[in-house]
Ligand binder design. Structure first.
Ligand SMILES: [Zn+2]
Ligand SMILES: [Zn+2]
Length: 176
């Protein structure tokens, strides 16, 4: 049974009424929730994603608003170490009979059921961090020997070509 498919027949018959949907769901790591690009975060496989929404009926559809709590993980873009976090995503969307898959302003409401899976996936894909850092001041890896500069200092000196020395003096330190 798919807990993200919520029957709303009785709700639709009494516009203005609300119901709360709290579902812990687990996403298939091989599915749509894997990292969307190299270096992008992914939803932690098999971790609970908490869906906490209020569904309110109005004349013509269902309004869904609430919060998604999504554990994610990634490799730090400077040192490749583990980075983890939990996204708290606020969502507010509509479901309407007759809405098509390409509708921007509403999800389809079919057979008096709302399927929250697309809403959750769209919100998660938008919010997963791109190229996160393990810490704002992560020192990264040495470009010469590969040592993790957060853990150890190495003896490598950046090789300086005298022709570039004047440019080096102008170079702004990496602030990202
Ligand atoms: Zn790092
Ligand atoms: Zn080194």
């Amino acid at each position: 049974m798919n807990l993200l498919v919520v029957p709303v027949a009785s709700l639709l018959r009494s516009p203005g009424n609300s119901t709360t949907v709290r579902v812990d769901t687990v996403f298939d790591p091989a599915g749509d929730y894997a990292a969307s690009a190299p270096g992008a975060a992914e939803v932690v496989p098999l971790a609970d994603v908490e869906v906490d929404l209020v569904l309110t009926s109005y004349l013509g559809g269902i309004d869904a608003h609430g919060t998604l709590s999504v554990p994610w993980r990634a490799a730090c873009r400077r040192c490749a170490g583990d980075v983890t976090g939990t996204l708290e995503i606020k969502v507010h969307e509509q479901f309407r009979p007759g809405a098509g898959p390409d509708d921007d302003d509403a999800y389809p409401l079919v057979n008096e059921e709302v399927d929250l899976a697309d809403l959750v996936r769209d919100a998660v894909v938008l919010e997963l961090p791109l190229a996160p850092l393990c810490a704002a001041d992560c020192a990264g890896l040495c470009a010469t020997c590969g040592a993790d500069r957060n853990v150890t200092a190495c003896d490598c000196r950046p090789e300086t070509d005298p022709r570039w020395a004047r440019l080096d003096a102008l170079r702004v330190p990496d602030q990202a």
